[in-house]
Design a protein around this ligand. Sequence first.
Ligand code: GDP
Length: 364
Amino acid sequence: WTEGTQADADRSLAELAALAETAGSQVLEAVSQRRDKPDAATYVGSGKANEIRDIVAATGADTVICDGELTPGQLNQLEKILKVKVVDRTALILDIFAQHASSREGKAQVELAQMQYMLPRLRGWGESLSRQAGGRVAGGGGIGTRGPGETKIETDRRRIRARVSKLRKEIAGMATARATQRSSRDRNATPSVAIAGYTNAGKSSLLNALTGAGVLVEDALFATLDPTVRRAESPDGREYTLTDTVGFVRHLPHQLVDAFRSTLEEVAAADLLLHVVDGSDPDPLGQIDAVRVVLGEIDAAAVPEVIVVNKVDAMTEDDILTLRRALPGAVWVSARTGTGIEALRELIATRLPHPDVDVEVLVP
Ligand code: GDP
């Protein structure tokens, strides 16, 4: 279920399938449905739920993934009807981030996001169960809210809370270290350029094209989780740092935006932002909007931005003409073929801050 048109829903569902494959699943069947709003009890409505149950039985699927965030009650109710594991978009994205996190900071950030996702669901589990029982079975209210079940949930909740606050402290410590590194870079007056953009837009490829560094490039969503900082040189011989950041995606779970705040601060602190867009995507402008929402949330909206439309090699003349009108100030490149990379280098040089050259050194 999405708020937009059928085309938006199809695109979102196709992206969900790509995400599921990135997570290592094999997608057997996609089902969609038009509704005014999600069904309060089962998200898809009971008729559709029965239809999905038949598909599950026919295909032998072991998991159903819903495009959207399910309430704890909806998740429970769906699992009861479908008899297989039900996962929502948020849990799927968190899972992919967990699989790909490699640095200590990245791992801590993802775990924190997962804990935050789990916490209300633990509580919700007991409550929704009792509420549903109360609504549907006379006299069933209250089951699961008292007694030994509650104690178990309480213990789990306390354990998770303790872990959450430990992770928060660890991440804060790492953020301080990162800020120190950053400020030493500032003192050395090395300008910094951050690469941000929708997932799979070609950020790693562009980083490689600009620096010649061998960064992992994967045709999978979220190949990039931990920021990579590289040194680059502009055509006029000035050095700058180039940072590749996490991939952005529609409906990036807010738990993740929070958890990745310190990583994303690299973007907020940059002198220049290269906002990479996949020109061959069916909806490049939608990608730009989704990225800008997150940039706003991390206070990076004020960083000077250059829109870099990538993958021009995969675009038709018509697509280029249409997009050119919507994005008059953009730079057009292909990280793959090298088209436009030199022009981008030159543009970066003109946009880098010019530090004072006459520094007086006072020797006592
Ligand atoms: P990231 O997730 O934004 O870092 O994207 P990557 O750099 O990992 O690239 C994602 C996919 O797009 C990979 O399969 C790349 O080979 C492909 N790609 C990157 N740049 C280009 C380009 O200029 N043209 C084409 N056709 N594909 C590209």
